[in-house]
Design a protein around this ligand. Structure first.
Ligand code: NOJ
Length: 600
């Protein structure tokens, strides 16, 4: 199968229609309960000025594409003033746009255009740390130990007679120790500051009321400009155990490094957080919740329709993650359990059951996500053997994914995801079936995780390569000059938007169809029941099947076949869409998902 392969015979293609005719999940106050949000990395989506880096005017010009795709909202990864030491997650000024992306006026224009198209805009808020080039951190460096300027961050004296040892043994998420020693004004080696990520990302001290007040003001700044909400970076990390005790484990942003550091270890080794391990002193402290209660009050004060918060919280187990979406806190939290479940029937069923139970227990919608800017794209992940945990990047020396298998599974996985009740997140380019760049020369890699681990971790550049829009244009249509801040693999041309638009059966048209049917039947507002014919039946261990009754009352059976043999679809129904061709007998082949409108 290629990205623009022939259409499954069973696909029906509803029209996407005009704004007024489009029944929108985003119409109501609680739009977020069933919204589909499309994530854009501003560096990599569309380059309006031809400097090789994407920007806000480029995004604004391409927003109609998202409208046609059929999503409800767009989430923009950070576009603030930043030295870009971590792709913008190192913010030097939370109230302005980095010149590489444009101006504040460009941000205003983007929000206005999006709203005109019926799209919500979610801004990325980065409250755990700033850039070391933030005016507050520069003031802290210039000030003395114990000063109010230093009290906005986590400065501590070092251990040992001359303070030359770091204050504790924490390891940065990106590798290396999580502390950097500064030079004091008199030229002598001085205190250390904490950075859970890169040394250019000093952590704020959230026990300081000044920090809290500052972020409340920043939230209002963007809400006043029309932002519809915030994705909250490292939402589980703001509050640390005040004793900053040693911690003999390494935590990763994208999972738990302790869980199976050996990739050849037992396949079940990463199933959950080790139960015998004490709670991490830097993550998921109870104190974070009152911060989000206060933020929720601020958002609520803006009235209807709801402005929202979505937590990026790598928290285990799901029941702890659900604490972030209690009625008085955030609206959504990313469902990383689902993302981590692999292409594996039992794991997917468990992830779905547990997620629905956890968020259901607090009355919040579940969210679903398969790809983002921090993980290998699912079209590549699922092309690898599924007996290992998700890799942090794929390089030329690694086992290469099977592109066709990966794409087939990715289409099936997305079809499964978009039928599940709740909200969903898409990552730019996945609607094209885009694979990661898996043979990028190391010289191009920019991810601090690559550099801080001496190349031990390849990092996330592979999923951040600029979008292909047009096969025969410079930089595949990303920008007019042909420049791209990361190299695009030559095969990206075959995945370009112009190769798929209007081509029946292409991955882009499949996404459009799925999103249109999802909207038509309001599947995001649906109920959920496992299909008894498959669930728990040993012969169907690798089949994931459920029935959902959409918000419009339509009953839809959803079946994903991850097994080797074709399986029968529920009888008495009409196939609405399938992620690939059915067999000539109308059965569902391996690595395929179908939605069936049940009439019986
Ligand atoms: C999570 C973000 O998704 C990631 O890209 C970033 O590197 C870290 N937080 C640090 O801000």
């Amino acid at each position: 199968m290629t990205p623009n392969s022939a259409a499954p015979a069973t696909t029906t293609a509803p029209t996407t229609g005009q704004a007024a005719a489009r029944p929108s999940a985003a119409d109501g106050h609680t739009w977020w309960r069933e919204a589909v949000t499309y994530q854009i990395c501003p560096r990599s989506w569309a380059d309006g000025d031809g400097d090789g880096v994407g920007d806000l005017p480029g995004i604004t010009a391409h927003l109609p594409y998202l409208r046609e795709l059929g999503v409800d909202a767009v989430w923009l990864s950070p576009f603030y003033v930043s030295p870009q030491a971590d792709a913008g997650y190192d913010v030097a000024d939370y109230r302005d746009v980095d010149p590489v992306f444009g101006t504040l006026a460009d941000a205003d224009a983007l929000i206005e255009r999006a709203h005109g198209l019926g799209l919500k805009v979610i801004v990325d808020m980065v409250p755990n740390h700033s850039s070391d080039e933030h005016v507050w951190f520069q003031a802290a460096l210039a000030a003395a130990p114990g000063s109010p300027q230093r009290a906005r961050y986590l400065f501590r004296d070092g251990k040992g007679a001359d303070g030359s040892l770091p204050p504790n043994n924490w390891i940065s998420v990106f590798g290396g120790i999580a502390w950097t020693r500064v030079t004091e004004a008199d030229g002598r080696p001085g205190q250390w500051y904490l950075h859970l990520f890169d040394r250019k990302q000093p952590d704020f001290d959230w026990s300081n009321p000044e920090v809290r007040a500052e972020f409340e003001s920043v939230l209002r700044f963007w809400l006043d400009r029309g932002a519809d909400g915030f994705r909250v970076d490292v939402a589980h990390g703001l509050v640390k155990d005040p004793a900053l005790p040693d911690w003999d484990h390494r935590l990763e942003m994208l999972g738990d490094a302790d869980a199976d550091a050996d990739p050849d270890a037992d396949a079940d080794a990463d199933a959950s957080e080790p139960e015998d391990r004490p709670h991490a002193p830097m993550f998921d402290q109870d104190g974070v919740h009152e911060i989000y209660e206060q933020w929720r009050r601020i958002l609520n004060s803006y009235g209807a329709p709801d402005r929202i918060l979505c937590a990026e919280a790598w928290v285990e187990p799901p029941v702890r993650a659900a604490r972030y979406v209690r009625e008085t806190e955030m609206h959504q939290a990313f469902n990383f359990d689902f993302l981590d479940a692999r292409w594996d029937g039992p794991r997917l069923r468990t992830a779905i059951t547990d997620s629905l139970a956890a968020t259901g227990s607090v009355g919040a919608p579940t969210t679903w996500v398969l790809s983002n800017h921090d993980v290998v794209r699912h079209a590549s992940r699922f092309g690898l053997e599924q007996d290992h945990r998700r890799p942090n990047g794929i390089g030329a020396k690694d086992r290469q994914p099977d592109r066709l298998v990966g794409l087939r599974r990715a289409r099936a996985a997305t079809a499964l995801m978009l039928a599940l009740p709740g909200a969903a997140y898409l990552y730019q380019g996945e609607e094209l079936g885009l694979p990661d760049s898996t043979d990028m020369p190391d010289a191009f890699r920019q991810d601090p995780a690559f550099h801080r681990t001496g190349g031990g971790e390849l990092g996330r550049d592979g999923c951040r390569v600029p979008m292909p829009w047009a096969k025969d244009a410079p930089a595949f249509g990303f920008g007019s000059t042909g420049g791209t801040w990361l190299p695009q693999p030559p095969i990206y041309g075959d995945y370009a938007v112009d190769q798929q638009e209007g081509v029946a059966g292409s991955t882009l048209e499949l996404y459009r169809t799925l999103l249109a049917i999802r909207r038509q039947h309001r599947l995001g507002a649906g109920t959920f029941t496992w299909l008894e014919d498959y669930a728990g039946h040993p012969a169907y261990d690798e089949v994931v099947g459920f029935v959902t009754t959409g918000g419009d009352g339509a009953r839809v059976g959803v079946v994903s076949n991850l097994g080797a043999e074709p399986v029968a679809l529920p009888t008495g129904g009409r196939v609405l869409v399938a992620s690939g061709d059915l067999t000539t007998e109308g059965r569902l082949p391996t690595d395929t998902t179908a939605w069936v409108l049940l009439t019986g």
